[in-house]
Design a binder for this molecule. Structure first.
Ligand code: ASP
Length: 582
């Protein structure tokens, strides 16, 4: 028996018992005639005491030599501590050790295994297994487990069946590049790793499974923007005989269940916003509605004066920043520099200080009088004491820029509170999205999403205006889930492929299996997938997903611990009938 108890278990009520503990040496404190060792495992820390008077000098010598992270087993009696530590649950007791066994030695770790470590990000990634011993990382993995258990419980109670789908599949076009796997047995042919189980879950509906879910890895070979992972986890779901309303209700239920069980937070019915409104009011299809600062479109009140920058702009739009009229000239200049950074890309920023005495001071006083500026304040909802920030230019770009500024200012003003949860359904997404470079239309969600009833005809005339039965669940400015009602008949699916630029032959070659299946009584169906990593991070009150993944990859898609990806030897290449051309 390695242990009778864990290092987090013993309390005052155990005083007098004989126990055996096993764990890692967290710290040794040597006071000459007595030494204390903090013994650590996943469950906590227990203080061991080695005392030459009460036990033996040899034992004390042995304890004194223990290096950090040595794995030991200690046997002894639980005694009351002379000076108690109220900060840890085992703080009332210590174990007077009578037997000590070294189970394994440890090299000196390259960083301290403490909550506040001295190790930088790179070194901690390389020795991730040591980082996992630290509370902040360990607790995040345990937190993730709690979330996934609640997800499984909820969905299973609702009648969803957990079904695995294959990882070695054929490419599904969901907007990203596929990771490819050469097949040794089928010369020159490749599997693709799934970007999501999309077509399989639809086929499960054709198979009559009715309600499916899976907590599943998905793979997308994208250039990694900050905080994305090439392999990530989805809570993937699909339901048959449902309309959009059924899906929204079911997954609002799941989200409420998680908020309640995990955070103890009860939220009312989730608000809903159309995609068009989200873009108009927040410049973004995943607005953070924990705070205001809605966009006010100023074209009507700001154009047709002598200010050409605005007159020539497609959109003039502003936000009222609460309490920011007190910003100094220098602070405002810094803001202007911030929006002009290449990452944001604005050409400049016009501002209006709304003074407490209801007068206005702006950077364009030459062109606009007090009455004009009062109208700006009305449109943006600015109060005395606020600062109106105005950007202008091409609609899409300007919205994106002002949205970035809104989020930045909210962060600076402390308005993005991590203990506040503001879920939102964004609905009525466009079906198609124009690629401005190529002039071609792509599916905004994926090619299996159904247009709104009666809008199929519009595909020929005004493809950009067709709305889809597609929805996203947004939490605190992050898209945590997205899905759609699917096309379930062969003809509509074929029309959709045609509009996405597939010839009938290409569509058949790539998706013949799905269109074939639709001919055997496919039920109406729809679904959604949640990004589990992000959901867990937000519930955990954090912005970065990496710490909630046991073994994440870095920004170049590398696992620096196992050193992957890596070269393979010539023999392996030969077996796969591959030649490198570098
Ligand atoms: N497969 C979709 C995705 O990964 C989700 C869905 O439509 O259910 O975004």
């Amino acid at each position: 028996m390695y242990r009778s108890n864990t290092c987090g278990a013993l309390r005052a009520s155990d005083i007098g018992s004989e126990v055996i503990l096993s764990g890692w040496v967290h710290k040794v404190r040597d006071k000459g005639f007595v030494a204390w060792v903090d013994l650590r495992d996943r469950y906590g820390i227990t203080q061991l005491v080695f005392d030459q008077e009460r036990t033996s000098k040899d034992l004390l010598e042995k304890a004194r030599e223990l290096g950090r992270e040595t794995v030991i087993q200690a046997k002894g009696e639980v005694i009351e501590r002379a000076s108690k530590n109220p900060n840890i649950p085992t703080g009332d007791i210590e174990v007077l050790v009578t037997e000590l066994t070294i189970l394994n030695n440890s090299l000196l770790p390259p960083f301290t295994i403490e909550d506040e470590t001295d190790g930088g990000e790179d070194i901690r990634m390389k020795y991730r297994y040591l980082d996992i011993r630290r509370n902040p990382v360990k607790n995040k993995l345990i937190f993730r487990h709690k979330v996934t258990m609640e997800v499984r419980k909820y969905l299973s109670d609702q009648g969803f069946i957990d079904i695995e789908t294959p990882y070695l599949i054929k490419s599904t076009p969901e907007g990203a590049r596929d990771f490819l796997v050469p097949s040794r047995m089928n010369e020159g042919q490749f599997y693709a790793l799934p970007q999501s189980p999309q077509t399989f879950k639809q086929l499960l509906m054709v198979g009559g499974m009715d309600k499916y879910f899976q907590i599943v890895k998905c793979f997308r070979d994208e250039d990694l923007r900050a905080d994305r992972q090439p392999e990530f986890t989805q809570i993937d779901c699909e339901m048959a005989f449902v309309e959009q309303e059924d899906i929204l209700n079911t997954f609002e239920g799941l989200t409420k269940h998680l908020l309640k069980e995990i955070k103890g937070v009860e939220v009312d019915e989730f608000p809903r916003m159309t995609y068009d409104d989200a873009m108009r009011l927040y410049g973004n299809d995943k607005p953070d509605i924990r705070f205001g600062m809605q966009f006010g479109e100023l074209n009507e009140v700001a154009q047709h004066k002598d200010f050409n920058v605005f007159n020539s702009a497609e959109l003039v739009v502003g936000i009222a920043v609460p309490g920011a009229a007190s910003y100094t000239r220098k602070e405002i200049d810094k803001l202007v520099d911030w929006v002009k950074r290449p990452q944001v890309g604005a050409k400049g920023m016009v501002y209006v200080k709304c003074n407490e005495d209801s007068t206005y001071k702006s950077s364009v006083d030459k062109f606009y009088d007090q009455e004009d500026l009062a109208k700006w304040a009305e449109v943006t909802g600015a109060q005395p004491g606020d600062l109106i920030c105005v950007l202008s230019g091409n609609t899409n770009e300007t919205r994106a820029q002002l949205s970035a500024l809104r989020m930045e200012l909210a962060t600076r003003l402390g308005l993005r509170k991590s203990d506040e949860f503001a879920p939102l359904w964004v609905v009525d997404f466009p079906l198609l999205e124009l690629d401005e470079e190529t002039g071609a239309y792509h599916a905004m969600h994926h090619p299996f999403t159904s247009p709104k009833p009666g809008q199929l005809e519009l595909l020929d005339t005004k493809p950009g205006e067709v709305k889809a039965n597609a929805y996203d669940l947004v939490l605190n400015g992050n898209e945590i889930g997205g899905g759609s009602i699917r096309i379930y008949d062969k003809e509509t699916q074929a029309t959709m492929f045609k509009h996405l630029g597939f010839t009938p032959e290409e569509a058949k070659a790539q998706f013949g299996f799905l269109m074939d299946a639709f001919q055997y009584g496919a039920p109406p169906h729809g679904g959604i997938a949640f990004g589990l990593d992000r959901l867990v991070a937000i519930l955990g009150g954090q912005e970065t997903i990496r710490d909630f993944i046991a073994f994440p990859k870095n920004n170049s898609g590398r696992d620096v611990m196992i050193d992957a990806p890596a070269n393979i030897d010539d023999e392996q290449l030969k077996e796969l009938h591959l030649k490198l051309d570098l």
